[in-house]
Design a binder for this molecule. Structure first.
Ligand code: F6R
Length: 248
């Protein structure tokens, strides 16, 4: 596992955006689609802002990009304020030339009975495209990646999960109270994340410093799912100084 530390999240995000832009352009030159795994939350906002800038000011096209978001709350309507569909449109999709049929966010509107089959199809689509070229991750204070909470197995599949209390508390501000915060979500499993050819995990701020240390310097354990990335051969933790401050 590599860790790269930047002065702040802005410079870090610009560097990651440049790597993504380079990958998109290489794939364009090869007339290949570029398959991206995307995250929501506060961590990738500055990355998406820079990708939008690269599109508007430097002509970066997303026409060959096919994307798969990590997760979505369940249940969740796509046009609801807290939906990850809405988040992605607001921060990226509405501002670049990605084709609407080429982005995927797990569907929070399914009936319970439909979910397992839907999750299998989600993975099959990724597989049919040759797998994820690059997966962007954030990290929860408990070490979750996507919504693979503590206890998620390294070979876990895309599935409906119960959100940890700590995850719901972190989200409760957006939902104006814990009682309105979803209890479940659909998440890409750890297995597909681990199969991505390249993984970049973003973490900013002092509040992430303990979990960054645990994920990178302690043993690999399902109680800290981000620690599985120690076994990925092309994963990098991109950090600001504060998130890296507890590393030895
Ligand atoms: C969101 C996701 C989550 C977040 C994590 C960190 O799609 O997969 O794992 O990345 O909860 O959230 P922030 O970036 O808001 O600290």
């Amino acid at each position: 596992i590599g860790t790269v530390v930047y002065e702040n999240s802005t410079t870090a995000s610009k560097a990651v955006a440049q790597e993504i832009a380079d990958l998109i352009r290489v794939k364009q030159a090869q007339k290949q689609p570029c398959i991206l795994g995307l995250a929501t939350g506060s961590s990738p906002k500055s990355l998406y802002a820079e990708l939008v800038r690269l599109h508007k000011e430097e002509g970066l096209s997303f026409k060959n990009v096919v994307s798969f978001n990590l997760d979505e709350y369940y249940p969740m309507e796509p046009d609801s304020v807290n939906s990850y569909v809405r988040f992605m449109k607001e921060h990226l999709f509405n501002h670049v030339d990605i084709l609407p049929e080429n982005y995927h966010v797990p569907d929070g509107t399914l009936s319970k009975a439909e979910i397992a089959n839907y999750c299998d199809q989600y993975e099959n689509k990724i597989e049919a495209l040759g797998g994820l070229d690059l997966q962007i991750l954030g990290i929860g204070g408990n070490g979750h990646i996507g919504f693979n909470e503590s206890g998620s197995l390294q070979n876990s599949k895309t599935r409906l999960v119960a959100l940890d209390h700590i995850t719901r508390v972190a989200a409760s501000g957006d939902f104006s109270g814990l009682e309105n915060t979803p209890r479940t979500a659909i998440t890409l499993g750890v297995k597909k994340i681990m199969e991505a050819k390249r993984v970049i995990l973003l973490a900013w701020g002092e509040r992430k410093s303990n979990i960054i240390k645990a994920s990178t310097e302690s043993e690999v354990t399902s109680s800290v799912p981000a620690s599985f990335l120690q076994e990925h051969d092309n994963a990098t933790f991109v950090l600001d100084k504060e998130a890296a401050s507890k590393l030895t």
